[in-house]
Design a protein around this ligand. Structure first.
Ligand SMILES: [Zn+2]
Ligand SMILES: [Zn+2]
Length: 458
């Protein structure tokens, strides 16, 4: 019995063809390798041949019984639609590789069109690549057709044109070689030769019909498998729960992620090695985290800050955030706020970390600090940022029932200059006559945090 040697004598055969290859894989004993292969469907075996030179060597030997058995076992037991034996004269490995429609067109690897296996010609091609390699029967000039009736002896397939017309075609190289062969046949033998060719052609065409039917079934099976796989991924995500037993991934949001949509839009082809498909679950998880979870986390951080916000400087309550705290000025740049931890069990702990980061920014004078919210300038800027009016300003000269808050800086100035009240010249009015309404500033900061800061952070 002829078998592949266990370990190649060539040093470079066992070397990793690319850096980072796992050395334990390269030095795997053959029996373990075979055991692994016995669990792999043909598609995965084919992929395995590209892992390293050793695997390629083991899996591509057309003379080794072991290799043939691996492929044969995989084809018959691990793929529902590869039960037909190879066509006459084709070895197991070549046959399986040709049968793998999910590997795309053999020439161009076009992932927009499902290729067709033209069994008569033994190729797997997209329409475009096929068209350039065949000759349409009608277009062959009369002189070569005069000698013999090509339609009787040449294997043919059909090319479906863009107008959905079926045209009988011959494989270019086969057409040429047959014509050359024909010219060399002595006249008295031509009859036998034609008969011989006819028999082969008829066999090929008959054989190809049942294989094409089988391919159609296999494509449908692959498409269904692909759709089931996508559904399974959604189910897997939905089943993941946090420590409190709450679902982390919500179906509605999963289905709205661009990666999911991209995967869904390619369910009409059986290809799984391009686009979003490799590592789809991980990619979907990451995208969901970026688009949904991070935003939810930031929201809960902001709501907690709003809750802790105070304008009473001498407040004794632990953890309260004074409206002049640097955390408000630097929040949108704090790394812990931009990328909150995956697990957010204790929001207060996260806020403590953000406060440390904010103080650090203040110390290093990184980024430009906003003007304090306790100053008139700070309040004017806050109003501009929120694009709103709010009663933030109070007149220091008013007392009792006359004391109220004004919606804008201009409004409080008009009040001070008004003849009915203090009757000041505009030149006498300055900011020392105006104070800010802390209660209302606090309210506006809450709105600013939940609307402006949250939107700004991406
Ligand atoms: Zn192609
Ligand atoms: Zn006043």
């Amino acid at each position: 019995m002829e078998i592949v040697p266990l370990i190649s004598t060539h040093e470079n055969t066992t070397a990793a063809p690319f850096s980072g290859a796992c050395t334990s894989l390269i030095h795997m004993p053959l029996d373990i390798f075979i055991e692994i292969c016995n669990h792999l469907p043909p598609y995965d075996l084919h992929t395995l041949t590209y892992v390293c030179r050793q695997f390629h060597y083991w899996l591509n030997s057309t003379t080794s019984y072991i290799t043939r058995d691996i492929w044969n076992y995989s084809r018959l037991n691990l793929d529902e639609h590869m039960k037909l034996d190879p066509p006459e004269g084709m070895d197991e490995i070549t046959f399986i590789k040709l049968s793998l429609i999910e590997k795309k067109c053999q020439i161009c690897k076009n992932d927009q069109e499902i290729p067709k296996i033209y069994w008569v010609f033994r190729v797997r091609l997209c329409t475009k690549c096929f068209r350039t390699r065949v000759t349409i029967a009608d277009t062959i000039p009369v002189w070569p057709r005069d000698a013999i009736d090509l339609s009787l002896i040449l294997p043919y397939e059909y090319l479906v044109t863009s107008r959905n017309i079926k045209k009988c075609v011959y494989w270019n190289s086969e057409l040429i070689s047959t014509l050359q062969e024909c010219l060399l046949i002595p006249d008295k033998e031509i009859g036998d030769w034609i008969f011989h060719k006819q028999t082969i052609t008829n066999k090929k065409i008959e054989d190809s019909l049942k294989r094409t039917k089988n391919d159609e079934n296999r494509i449908n099976w692959l498409l269904k498998k692909k759709k089931d796989y996508l559904d399974q991924i959604v189910k897997t995500l939905e089943s993941i729960k946090d420590d409190t037993g709450k679902k982390i991934y919500i179906k509605k949001h999963i289905l709205s992620q661009p990666i999911y949509k991209k995967a869904h839009s390619t369910l009409n082809t059986p290809f799984m090695d391009t686009g979003p498909w490799p590592n789809l679950l991980e990619k979907l998880k990451n995208e969901y985290y970026e688009n949904i979870i991070i935003k939810q986390r930031r929201k809960s951080i902001i709501y907690r800050i709003i809750k802790l916000l105070t304008y009473r400087k001498l407040s004794n309550t632990k953890g309260e955030i004074f409206i002049n705290d640097p955390i408000l000025d630097y929040l949108e740049w704090c790394p812990t706020f931009i990328k909150p931890p995956v697990k957010l069990n204790d929001v207060d702990d996260v806020i403590r970390r953000i406060r440390v980061e904010a103080r650090d920014y203040l110390k290093k004078k990184l980024y430009r600090r906003r003007v304090s919210f306790l100053t008139i300038e700070g309040c004017i800027k806050l109003l501009t940022q929120c694009k709103t009016c709010a009663p933030l300003f109070k007149c220091k000269l008013c007392w009792g029932s006359r004391r109220k808050s004004y919606n804008s800086y201009d409004e409080v100035n008009r009040h001070l200059a008004c003849q009915g009240t203090h009757n000041l010249y505009y030149s006498d009015i300055n900011d020392s006559l105006i104070e800010v309404d802390h209660e209302n500033v606090k309210k506006l900061i809450s709105i600013w945090l939940s609307k402006i800061v949250l939107k700004k952070t991406t």
